[in-house]
Design a protein around this ligand. Structure first.
Ligand SMILES: Cc1cc2nc3c(=O)[nH]c(=O)nc-3n(C[C@H](O)[C@H](O)[C@H](O)COP(=O)(O)OP(=O)(O)OC[C@H]3O[C@@H](n4cnc5c(N)ncnc54)[C@H](O)[C@@H]3O)c2cc1C
Length: 217
């Protein structure tokens, strides 16, 4: 997979221990599908997988939404400055919205797992995708990431966006969930809980499209 030179143009604190990096690619030969991730190479040599939170309609400046972990990636993030020269390898991943499927789409997001879902939802709206969109989101404590994007869309009735405990949200939206394409993203513990909650509805939890971020940082 090709490596692309890039510059960090913004570092924004979205919540305690969650940052958004804005990364500008030097050349315009990078394309990706919404839901994909990249290997982000820090200047000090460490690399970590981060999912693109922005829509592919704006490929020159990628937004990455990252929980700052206790490991080497987390430490490298804390030392990263705006203006740093980095590189991006990718895109990778198969967390992709099916095209030949006209069912409504229910997204299950845990914490920074909202990143690929934001990319897909923004893309669906930009592309006038006719499918109904429901985002069920379990934030870390009460820190609703990207509320500035999702709140106006929910208020205008363009999408449904509910936040809280994921088991309660799945139970409350049972009828929609049972007839939908389901896409879930987040850390391992969150995804296990989603599968169990879907199992309890007698849904085949293996049929969901999921992206695991690995163990909780
Ligand atoms: C496909 C994919 C996409 C991803 N996309 C995202 C994303 O969009 N956003 C996001 O937030 N994350 C994402 N991740 C997770 C991310 O890649 C890292 O795994 C995560 O940020 C932890 O990295 P780290 O370097 O801090 O921890 P690592 O060094 O990788 O260590 C893993 C874990 O071990 C523990 N650990 C390691 N060192 C120490 C220490 N010194 N003290 C205590 N505990 C320690 C911590 O729990 C740590 O989180 C993604 C992962 C994958 C596989």
């Amino acid at each position: 997979m090709p490596t692309h030179a890039a510059v960090v143009t913004g570092i924004e604190q979205l919540a305690p221990s969650v940052v958004q990096l804005t990364v500008k690619l030097i050349h315009d030969d990078f394309t990706f599908a919404p839901g994909q991730w990249v290997n982000f190479h820090f200047p000090e040599g460490v690399s970590r997988a981060y999912t693109i939170a922005s829509a592919p309609e704006w490929p020159q400046a990628l937004e990455l939404c990252i929980r700052v972990g206790a490991g080497r990636g987390g430490a490298a993030l804390q030392r990263l400055d705006s203006g740093a020269e980095v590189s991006i390898e990718g895109p990778h991943g198969a967390f992709l919205l099916p095209v030949a499927d006209d069912r409504p789409v229910v997204f299950l997001a845990g914490d920074t797992g909202i990143a690929p879902i934001r990319s897909i939802v923004l893309h669906m709206l930009a592309a006038n995708d006719p499918r109904a969109i429901t985002v069920l989101y379990e934030p870390d404590r009460r820190h609703i990431l990207y509320a500035a994007d999702f709140d106006p869309l929910a208020r205008s009735g363009t999408i449904v966006h509910e936040s809280g405990n994921i088991e309660a949200l799945i139970a409350r939206n049972r009828r929609t969930v049972l007839s939908a394409t389901i896409m879930a993203a987040g850390f391992d513990g969150f995804l296990s809980r989603c599968r169990k909650a879907l199992d309890d509805l007698d849904l085949d939890a293996t049929a969901i499209i999921s992206e695991s971020f690995g163990p909780e940082p």
